[in-house]
Design a protein around this ligand. Sequence first.
Ligand code: NAP
Ligand code: HSE
Length: 427
Amino acid sequence: MEEIKIGLLGFGNVGTGVYKILEENRNDILHREGLKLKVEKILVRDVHKRRKMIIDSSLFTDNIKDIIDNPEISIVAEFMGGIDPAKEYILAALEKKKTVVTANKEVMARYWSELEKAAQKNGVGLYYEASVAGGIPIIKVMGESLQANKVYELMGIINGTTNYILTKMSEEGRSFEDVLSEAQRLGYAEPDPTADIEGFDATYKLSILSSIAFHARVPIEYIYREGITKITAEDIAYGKELGYVIRLLAIAKKQGFSIETRVHPTFIPMSHPLAAVRDSYNAIFIRGDAVGSMMLYGRGAGDLPTGSAVVSDIITACHQSEKHRYTTFYNEAQVSEEVNFIKNWETEFFIRLTVKDKPGVLAKIAGIFGKHEVSIASMIQKNHNEDSVPLIFVTHHAKELSMKKAIDDIKCQQDVIRVENVIRVEN
Ligand code: NAP
Ligand code: HSE
């Protein structure tokens, strides 16, 4: 049986997981799949670095040519991260007619069309299951198991770091800063956590996921993004009183040719399936016209879960070498003219204000909401400190732009001390 030789780009968290799975499950893959897989070379930045996993040091190289120019290597698996030089190396591998498997959501979200064109031109595969939600096989499910459907909605917890932070804040009443520094100490959050806490990571993943779900390219520039840095323990506590749990949700909805895509902190009812997704777990809740509601749940990151997705892609690539399925939709960097990306979507809102404790303030605020056609569903007023009082409103469905105008007006009121937070609510 012919050995299939693989080049790995990266030997960090994901690379180590991939290597471990290929070693430990070698015999299963051989007997079950009839494939003899061999890691031929591993590209790293520093070949002398001490590694968590001890392997034959002759496998390491810091020269990409040892992989790209090796005609025996037919599959290149990339998990270096970032754009440069990952994109350049992926393109070089494709040009050398090597199939590429990647865990790199940023490269996929930004350069999907360019990479896919190069793969198509060279008649090789491009696989990216690991780029979204780690070990959850969401790309395959969306692209292969749900084609019978018109998927019209998906809501996902697709960033483990922020879910870990929000879970700890909710369950232990701690501040954002406190939990973030603990997560960094424990190695859950990156030393530079910006991509996670500001929602960039979830935006890249949503771009990939919603494009496949809606059969239309959704560039990251069309996704509204808001991170979790402004969420406070007070917001979470008031939300809890109202029966809500907070999550950083990636939301995509389609109606006719209109698509809305957004990543932001969101209150959901405690009874919602996504409310049970705690710590660093990921889940994607999908609604399709035929399948109804369904949810996939699992580990969205980590060496072995992500490695599971990468190795599964490698196995699929070996079986499908002659008939790789490229995306079936218009996959250009520019969006299709048929699609209309809407910004003025509707949600319910949670609004927390601190106002002066004076007669008539509540009536004035209610009047402003009314003027902008925002209807109040419920309100709570809490014990006050001296002459200020917290006011919390939950609205019925309202337009995003109406709410923005209402908040701008409210901010101008003399008796409003602060607009503490405005958080969207989904049911
Ligand atoms: P990581 O631990 O930082 O590992 C990166 C690896 O790439 C290291 O081995 C590094 O070499 C190598 N590398 C980086 N830049 C290089 C360069 N210019 N030339 C040669 N080698 C280079 O990263 P990771 O956590 O495994 O993540 C890798 C990718 O997978 C990212 O795109 C990430 O978004 C994605 N991903 C990660 C997870 C996860 O759980 N971590 C889950 C899903 C997807 P050295 O070891 O010598 O420094
Ligand atoms: N940083 C990501 C997360 C893991 O926290 O979910 C890689 O996708």
